[in-house]
Design a protein around this ligand. Structure first.
Ligand code: AHG
Ligand code: MN
Ligand code: MN
Ligand code: MN
Length: 332
């Protein structure tokens, strides 16, 4: 059994010039993940269910666990000293850590969704954390906020934690995707899913069909395509929608499938956030052999314009994403 720490050190050896900063940054994230996992697992007993009464910049009512997770990841990154700038779903502006004595030479910037799938907390359904890591573009005195807004293809690393029937940490540094399962008996994430690859196609489509009447025609047509059965080979697909992006995409990563959150009348540019949901998940899925687009544009090529911008997302098995793109192209 190989722990996350051993794996990171082993991989670090592949980069002779690496001085261990990224390894320590991933370690800091894993520490916070274990703390959040402990509270998620007993949320009902730790007075961590329900809303905390505040509204975040997204216009969402913050859940107690949103705030708790945000505090844990922020303080772990602040203490770790490897992150110079941190942007979180739960804060309007990023946090400049470069003035802290421990972080003054830090060269990595982190975007994080501390608790993904908040609507599922109180009903004991899987939730997650999503993180995205960039290197400081340069040390010019440009504002950190501007420096962070790099295209997703410039990510140095990305990953997620899924607090589910088991707790897993899945991440990539651009050389494939590896999954680690938390062994509570030793408090370590252990390698359980080496070199994860998403099936090229699948039978699962994940979309909130409650929004059907607000979908673009291309998506309506794709949903009908998923449901048809023709004599030759097309069987109806299975619809699976958990409502936590991490859980829906993790399932598709393993089983094959496509997750779609398109533009709708309520969210004309899509609901999911580019910097700390779509970019990191796109990096991971592409590294596992899948695809991630807006329906026409590659997610990782989008030039961000602001921290909390939202984009439509079609992500998962390569052939299924291309099928959705086909329906979009027919509407041009
Ligand atoms: P978050 O809890 O971080 O705000 O993210 C929730 C997101 C994502 O996890 C999920 O796929 C999507 O919201 C579900 O949205 P709907 O409830 O509108 O389907
Ligand atoms: Mn939220
Ligand atoms: Mn989220
Ligand atoms: Mn969130």
């Amino acid at each position: 059994m190989k722990t996350l720490g051993q794996f990171i050190i082993e991989k670090q050896a592949d980069f002779p010039f690496a001085k261990g900063e990224l390894s320590r940054l991933l370690r800091d994230i894993a520490i916070a993940a274990k703390v959040v996992n402990r509270e998620v697992n007993k949320a009902g007993l730790a007075d961590l269910l329900g809303a905390c009464g505040d509204m975040n910049i997204q216009g969402e009512v913050q859940q107690k666990l949103d705030v708790y997770a945000d505090v844990q990841f922020t303080s772990a990154l602040q203490r770790g000293g490897e992150c110079c700038y941190l942007a979180s779903e739960e804060h309007e502006l990023g946090i400049d850590l470069s003035h802290d004595v421990v972080s003054k030479n830090a060269k990595y910037m982190v975007c994080i969704d501390p608790l993904d799938g908040s609507s599922n907390i109180d009903v004991n359904v899987s939730v997650g954390t999503i993180f995205s890591i960039y290197r400081r573009a340069n040390n010019e005195p440009v504002s950190m906020a501007d420096e962070l807004l790099q295209q997703g293809r410039k990510q140095v690393a990305a990953g997620y934690i899924i607090y589910g029937s088991s707790t897993m940490l899945v991440y990539t540094t651009g050389n494939g995707v590896n999954g680690f399962t938390l062994d509570p008996s030793i408090g370590e994430f252990c390698l359980s899913h080496p070199n994860m690859r998403i099936p090229e196609s699948g039978q699962i489509y994940s979309i909130n069909e409650g929004n059907y009447i607000k979908f673009p025609q291309a998506v309506k047509n794709y949903i009908k395509y998923c449901q048809i059965e023709d004599s030759a080979s097309k069987r109806p697909y299975t619809s699976r929608y958990i409502g936590s992006m991490v859980a829906d995409i993790h399932r598709n990563l393993i089983r094959g499938g496509v997750f779609i959150y398109p533009e709708t009348l309520s969210f004309p540019t899509g609901k999911l956030r580019l910097m700390y949901e779509c970019n990191p998940m796109a990096f991971i899925v592409e590294q596992a052999g899948g695809k991630a687009t807006t329906g026409s544009e590659r997610i990782l090529d989008i030039q961000p314009t602001e921290l909390h911008q939202r984009v439509p997302v079609v992500i998962g098995s390569k052939l299924m994403v291309e099928q959705v793109e086909y329906f979009y192209s027919m509407e041009l």
